[in-house]
Design a protein around this ligand. Structure first.
Ligand code: F6R
Length: 609
């Protein structure tokens, strides 16, 4: 939800900020803008739509400057338009701001500012911040920002420039991420790591309530009351190239093809197939504490929620702990029964999703044990949770989550095995068997990826259809939900994921020859059941495209098309069945000419409720 970048140093600041925004465009692409200090004046360029439009604007009207801030917007308050595009200024154009987040009391503040005769140029909540800073400014920008923030409720990551103090950028964060990149004779600010990687690997993650003064040579961080605070500098090992397309047409395709590596990176050093042991250094929960856990709540949104639905089977089967899976936006507003013997496990690629973060905080308020499974290093959830397991997927840029999903499944599977080991609920030979199953996953994913041409062919036959049904059962019910989500979010086609056994209780009425059925029918304990469910659907005229195992060729004639994938224990099969579904969604989207990496109305990191 919006990306911000700032730079102060001796480079071409507008270029640095623009390149940073390109790395953050996944966070929003309704409009973009840059403000720079230029001969003691503030110069602004803003354009509606994607960054390509801002690029044209900048080429025609370049600004030479060593200090700049920029923003790429996902609209919340006010439609996507040039007036509502950031940066926003005060009434005298002395102060300029970019902001990610929501100022919840902006109407009340705006009314007060109106009464003082201040005129607003946009419909945004952000503009009140520029006017408040102006109101409090008496020659000290830091103090004016501090006073302003003491008046606002809501969330923010922001950067502010003032033409009277050209040697600094003031920035601050609450609830949404902001990172400082430390250079030599230059410093950087950004919402996310990839924007900083081309310049520095030394980063400081601001904490909630931090306000920082960023000069060329130094940074100084204070809390909201102005008391200086120290924040640890972290060295980030992510490869800058991981944030590039690397010859692939889209980030999504690159990320689908990265999965053998990202899964392996996530389990490397954590599983030992020969000894049948797992080792997760990050989990501080002792065996004694674990034995007291009476229930696990897995809480997440979207794709991460689907990973949670799969993981429920593992925590129950391996560790024998009753597990419930909840959508974060529902969980946080009911009154779940929480206490110190409940483990709340949040899953989030970004580690910043507002509802999931709120669920984590609710868990902490109720003294629950907490674990976060995150991909983004230094994210809010990873800092606030008592325990964090990182998925080592590298930056995921495509808005549709792919490698993060399989990375999450991998981390959750290992975690469930770790719990089982600590609780003694699996014997050594069983542990060994399950660990070997995971060990073999990267090779099996590679084998499926080799079928991409064939899946493209199927996509060509399906792309003109308007509505799709995805069927799965047992562990692969969540894979069916995830497959349908992938298709709808990047192709704008209606797709419904359903538990195959539930079809006959209503949805079967929808099926006719215009509705293709994508069915997951790999070998499992419910194999015969799902075959019968598919037969029921097929009898109503729907063409069936089935994901089957190599060893099940005998069922091929039952289906219009089959996609054969390597066999695995059914307990881990969603890590494989999801791969053809990701490819199918990707190809249908490209055939329809949709914007795969930046689908309409979406943003990668949902930091608003
Ligand atoms: C779908 C997708 C979203 C995210 C959801 C949660 O492809 O990417 O559904 O999974 O917004 O995001 P995180 O995992 O960052 O909390």
């Amino acid at each position: 939800m919006c990306g911000i970048v700032g730079y102060i140093g001796s480079k071409d600041a507008v270029n640095v900020v623009f390149k940073g925004l390109e790395k953050l465009e996944y966070r929003g692409y309704d409009s973009a803008g840059i403000a720079a200090l230029c001969e003691n004046e503030i110069c602004i360029r803003r354009s509606v739509g994607k960054l390509a439009n801002l690029k044209k604007n900048l080429l025609a009207n370049h600004i030479h400057s060593n200090t700049a801030i920029g923003h790429t917007r996902w609209a919340t308050h006010g439609k996507p338009s040039e007036e509502n595009a950031h940066p926003h200024t005060d009434s005298q154009n002395n102060i300029v701001i970019v902001h990610n987040g929501i100022i919840e009391n902006y109407i009340e503040l705006k009314n007060d500012l109106h009464k003082e005769g201040r005129l607003f140029k946009s419909e945004t909540d952000t503009e009140v911040l520029a006017h408040l800073i102006e109101r409090y400014y008496d020659g000290d920008l830091f103090c004016a920002v501090q006073k302003t923030l003491s008046k606002v409720r809501g969330s923010y990551a922001l950067c502010v420039l003032c033409k009277h103090e050209p040697d600094k950028i003031i920035c601050a964060r609450k609830e949404v991420p902001l990172i400082l990149g430390i250079g030599t004779g230059e410093n950087f600010i950004a919402s996310d790591i990839p924007a900083l990687l081309p310049y520095t690997r030394d980063m400081v993650f601001l904490e909630n309530g931090d306000i920082a003064q960023v000069n060329r040579e130094k940074i100084a961080i204070s809390d909201i009351l102005g008391k200086e605070v120290q924040r640890e500098k972290k060295h980030i090992l992510w490869d800058a190239l991981q944030a590039e397309k690397d010859g692939y047409k889209h980030f999504m395709l690159k990320e689908i093809f990265e999965q053998p590596r990202s899964v392996e990176d996530t389990f490397r050093g954590r599983i030992y197939p020969n000894e049948g042991k797992v080792y997760i250094e990050e989990i501080k929960l002792s065996a004694a504490e674990l034995k007291k856990i009476s229930k696990i709540y897995i809480v997440a949104c979207g794709t991460s929620y689907h990973a949670g639905l799969t993981a429920k089977f593992w925590f129950e089967k391996f560790a024998k702990i009753p597990t419930e899976v909840e959508i974060a936006s529902e969980f946080r507003y009911r009154e779940p029964i929480l206490d110190k013997n409940v483990l709340v496990l949040v899953i989030s690629q970004s580690g910043e999703t507002a509802d999931t973060l709120a669920a984590l905080r609710l868990a902490k308020e109720n003294n629950c044990q907490t674990i976060a499974v995150c991909n983004s290093i230094g994210s809010s959830m990873s800092r606030e949770s008592a325990n964090t397991i990182y998925t080592h997927c590298g930056p995921e840029i495509g808005v549709a989550s792919t490698k993060a999903f399989t990375g999450q499944l991998c981390a959750l599977y290992i975690l469930a095995l770790d719990f089982a080991e600590k609780k003694g609920t699996l014997c050594e030979s069983e542990s060994c068997k399950y660990i070997v199953q995971l060990w073999e996953i990267p090779l099996k994913i590679s084998a499926i990826l080799k079928k991409s041409e064939y899946i493209l062919k199927i996509a060509k036959e399906l792309a003109h259809k308007k509505t799709f049904l995805f069927l799965g059962r047992h562990l692969n019910y969540s894979a069916a939900l995830e497959g349908a989500l992938k298709l709808k979010e990047i192709s704008y086609l209606h797709a419904e994921g359903y538990a195959a056994g539930e079809m006959k209780h209503g949805p079967i009425a929808l099926i006719d020859e215009n509705m293709p059925i994508i069915a997951i029918a790999v070998k499992s304990r419910v194999y015969e059941k799902i075959i019968s469910n598919i037969e029921e659907a097929k009898a109503r005229g729907g063409a069936v495209i089935a994901i089957v195992n190599d060893c099940c060729k005998e069922v091929e004639e039952k289906f219009s098309k089959t996609i054969c994938i390597p066999e695995s224990d059914d307990i881990i099969s969603p890590m494989l069945t999801i791969i053809p579904l990701q490819l199918l969604a990707y190809y249908i989207s490209t055939i329809l000419g949709c914007d795969v990496d930046q689908p309409r109305n979406l943003a990668k990191s949902v930091t608003v409720e």
